[in-house]
Design a protein around this ligand. Structure first.
Ligand code: AMP
Length: 289
């Protein structure tokens, strides 16, 4: 595995692989099995696999955890070597955003709901850095996790809207044995918080099984999840939303205006909650991103 820090350096390496398929997995590092599942998929489907590790400052708000975001390059390198990743791109923030940097790309509307409500500049940072990385790496296919469903949906939109010849593949959420979705931020949790965090996957699993048993009303699904989360004093709900998977819109009221039925093949049920100071997200989908 070659580790490359400069933009010109990675561009040169990529040029050598002209005519080959390039799979790309952008990450912020502190890798876990969720990241590794994306890399394994890329290895299966491409001639060359490129992973980037970049804790992207523009996707963090001023009061968020950019500075304390967990980092462990040595450990990440060892994991990537084991998977026989071809190229690790590990750029410097000052080269990605030189002084005077002023160009941003933003997916409107859909970037302002769900996580975009409490993190108003987050997705603009994500789409900007991913577009920059796409331009640098020039991948055939890029791999993202359903764990960040809204992010994957926005990135798919961006590639369509901007006519990028890149296939976006979205892989399933990888969970710990107890059900908690793997996340680099889980490292922040104390033992008691880790226990409380389990209310999130459990509440979603309960909603999913109720849907399978016939529950269809979006507001009842939302309330069910909220009530489950309220059982833990350590949890503060950021949002629980039941929206269409393709446009992240609320479902229309039925003719009597009483129930708001979800679609069995176009629904995203997503939640974000703080456990102590740690913000966690989780979701399930009916349909495909
Ligand atoms: P991050 O390093 O958090 O920016 O994540 C890099 C990529 O890994 C994103 O596409 C995430 O959606 C994906 N990812 C993170 N956690 C998981 C998980 N538990 N399961 C599947 N994919 C994940």
């Amino acid at each position: 595995m070659k580790i490359i820090q400069t933009i010109n350096g990675i561009k040169k390496k990529i040029k050598k692989h002209q005519g080959q398929s390039i799979g790309f997995v952008p990450t912020m590092g502190y890798l876990h099995q969720g990241h590794l599942s994306l890399i394994e998929q890329s290895k299966k489907e491409n001639d060359v696999t490129v992973v980037s590790i970049f804790v992207n400052p523009t996707q963090f708000g001023p009061d968020e955890d950019f500075n304390r975001y967990p980092r462990d390059l040595q450990r990440d390198e060892a994991l990537l070597k084991e998977l026989h990743v071809d190229l690790l791109f590990f750029p410097n923030s000052t080269e990605v955003y030189p002084s005077g940097y002023s160009t941003y790309v933003e997916v409107e509307t859909m970037g302002k709901v769900l996580c975009g409500k409490s993190r108003p500049t987050h997705f603009r940072g994500v789409t900007t850095v991913v577009l920059k990385l796409f331009n640098i790496v020039n991948p055939t296919t890029a791999y993202f996790g359903q764990k960040d469903a809204q992010q994957a949906i926005l990135l798919k939109h961006m590639t369509i809207d901007l006519n990028l010849d890149i296939t976006i593949k979205v892989m399933p959420i990888v969970r710990d044995t107890d059900g908690l979705a793997l996340s680099s931020r889980n490292a922040y949790l104390s033992t008691a918080e880790r226990e409380a965090a389990l209310y999130l996957p459990r509440a979603l699993a309960k909603a999913k099984s109720q849907i399978e048993a016939g529950l269809k009303d979006a507001s009842e699904i939302k309330t069910l999840i909220e009530n489950e989360l309220k059982k833990s004093p350590l949890i503060t709900i950021d949002y629980v939303e039941v929206v269409t998977l393709d446009k992240l819109e609320n479902f229309p009221k039925n003719q009597e205006g009483q129930t708001v039925d979800i679609s069995m093949n176009n629904t995203l049920v997503a939640a974000a909650a703080r456990v102590g100071k740690t913000r966690l997200i989780d979701n399930f989908i009916l349909g495909e991103i």
